[in-house]
Design a protein around this ligand. Sequence first.
Ligand SMILES: Nc1nc2c(ncn2[C@@H]2O[C@H](COP(=O)(O)OP(=O)(O)OP(=O)(O)O)[C@@H](O)[C@H]2O)c(=O)[nH]1
Ligand SMILES: [Mg+2]
Length: 222
Amino acid sequence: MYKVNVGKKILSANEEYALKNSRLLTEQKKLCLNMISSPGSGKTTILTRTITELKDKIKIGVIEGDIQTDIDAERIRATKAPVVQINTDGACHLSAAQVNSALDKLPVSDLDLIFIENVGNLVCPSAFELGETGKIAVLSVAEGDDKPAKYPAIFAKSKALLINKIDLLGAGVQIDFDIERAKADARKLNKSIEIFSISAKTGRGMTDWYDWLKTEVKKIQS
Ligand SMILES: Nc1nc2c(ncn2[C@@H]2O[C@H](COP(=O)(O)OP(=O)(O)OP(=O)(O)O)[C@@H](O)[C@H]2O)c(=O)[nH]1
Ligand SMILES: [Mg+2]
């Protein structure tokens, strides 16, 4: 058996589409953030609040990934933001090809920021590049403070971590979640990760997240 090394990496179909998406977003100077978390950590709630509260400052569009239904797209549509729903019919993550066809359907040139809400899953989506500018991990306090240590990949790869549902801490609810432990474990994996402790329900902590988003949009557009 002969092996010929032509010195050229052969890209997988997913990598080819990720590259196409990345080129399109870079050429048009669009920030694109891929949100990844376990089901129910609060991704859609964070998005609807963020879109509503930033509507006069940042034009946001959304690509919604779910195994089934357009429940999340309907929630985004209620904010008036443009949204495209993708159903993966069983797959535990979005592919770059699916994002490519969704980008075709969004009014990309009118937007400053495109959020991708990936399928609720803390493991699979982190292994598939979509051509995004960066990943955002979401962890809710109901899931336990050991998750960065136990599921390191997404925390190691993300630009930012949102620790959500902090309204549940100290509210007479029996939840043991040591925010400092979760932060320290995430920072051990990723020195430059930005961490925001928020409640998408009450709005607590959201201003710092919004300021970070505004800065990231400016960086891309300058
Ligand atoms: N107490 C509290 N509840 C929240 C908060 N954010 C979201 N929730 C609730 O958590 C549940 C799940 O929220 P979603 O926004 O649907 O979560 P998701 O991550 O988009 O879920 P999937 O798309 O299914 O993965 C809903 O009942 C929300 O109202 C929060 O900050 N505090
Ligand atoms: Mg959702």
